[in-house]
Design a protein around this ligand. Structure first.
Ligand SMILES: Nc1ncnc2c1ncn2[C@@H]1O[C@H](COP(=O)(O)OP(=O)(O)O)[C@@H](O)[C@H]1O
Ligand SMILES: [Mg+2]
Length: 258
């Protein structure tokens, strides 16, 4: 479905990613891990269409990826995805308003009614049906991330990009969010690409785990070489279940948050 061919991301002299070639199948859940600064967020930005790769091509269903971030791709960041001055409902409606009324960003009459119904359904999906009139400051971090997910999914994207979405949440809440994202992935037939620092989360949720790191390093010119895909691990259901149970014991020092 999504294909990256020899993709490079460079900022001036600085090479962040080099020679990334990947085929992502529809319906897969791809986890990406790697040290801080490896270029994980940069990779998500080029898939989102927010940044252009400096070399290489990205195709979606065999066609070049549209230059702008279209409704086919949604994104959730670790925090600050939601607008503080809008209620839960207002935040969720916003996506539809921008899509349907790009200049005024307001809908009226029947269109507004339909949008409110659609937003209500999506909020029910993420467990916020009773919180529609709350402001983000009145909600926990977990509820805010539920809202960010509703906001990302309201336009029914096929691809959902997650950049350390649960990294700021308490472990118990994170477990609830894992159940939520797994259900939404199945229910909406999403293709998910998720960056995480949590190796258990990567293996527990993903159908495939990629590790990004530099293959080579020049101590005299640290920016000379970029990161590439070092490991590309396809997980069967059984391995996934075992990983969910056992991976807690695995420690990989280089993937620590710094
Ligand atoms: N707009 C930019 N201009 C220059 N350097 C950037 C820009 N965006 C990211 N970088 C650099 O690219 C590298 C990778 O960043 P990032 O993709 O955020 O890594 P990660 O998400 O893996 O921590 C970092 O060294 C960062 O400073
Ligand atoms: Mg990042």
């Amino acid at each position: 479905m999504l294909s990256l061919s020899n993709v490079w991301v460079e900022y001036g002299e600085k090479v962040v990613l080099e020679r990334i070639s990947l085929d992502i199948a529809e319906g897969s859940f791809v986890s990406i891990i790697g040290p801080s600064g490896a270029g994980k967020s940069s990779l998500l930005r080029v898939i989102l269409g927010q940044d252009q790769p400096s070399r290489g091509t990205i195709t979606l269903d065999g066609e070049p990826l549209p230059k702008e971030c279209g409704p086919d791709r949604g994104v959730v960041f670790q925090r600050y995805s939601v607008f503080p001055h809008l209620t839960v409902l207002g935040n969720t409606l916003l996506g539809l308003e921008f899509a349907q009324a790009p200049f005024a960003a307001r809908l009226f009459g029947g269109a507004r009614k339909a949008a409110i119904a659609q937003a209500g359904e999506m909020l029910a999906e993420v467990g916020l049906a009773d919180s529609m009139n709350l402001y983000p400051s009145e909600m926990s971090g977990g509820m805010q991330q539920r809202l960010a997910i509703a906001q990302a999914l309201i336009k029914r994207p096929r691809i959902l990009l997650l950049d350390e979405p649960f990294g700021a949440l308490d472990p118990g809440i994170r477990t609830d969010m894992h159940a939520l994202i797994t259900r939404l992935w199945r229910e909406f037939g999403l293709t998910i690409v998720m960056v995480t620092h949590d190796i258990k989360e990567a293996f527990g949720l993903g159908t495939r785990v990629l590790t990004l790191d530099k293959r080579r390093h020049d101590p005299h010119a640290p920016h000379r070489y970029g990161a590439g895909v070092i490991y590309d691990i396809a997980l069967t259901r059984k391995v996934q279940a075992e990983a969910e149970a056992q991976v807690v014991g695995i420690t990989i020092d280089t993937f620590g948050n710094n």
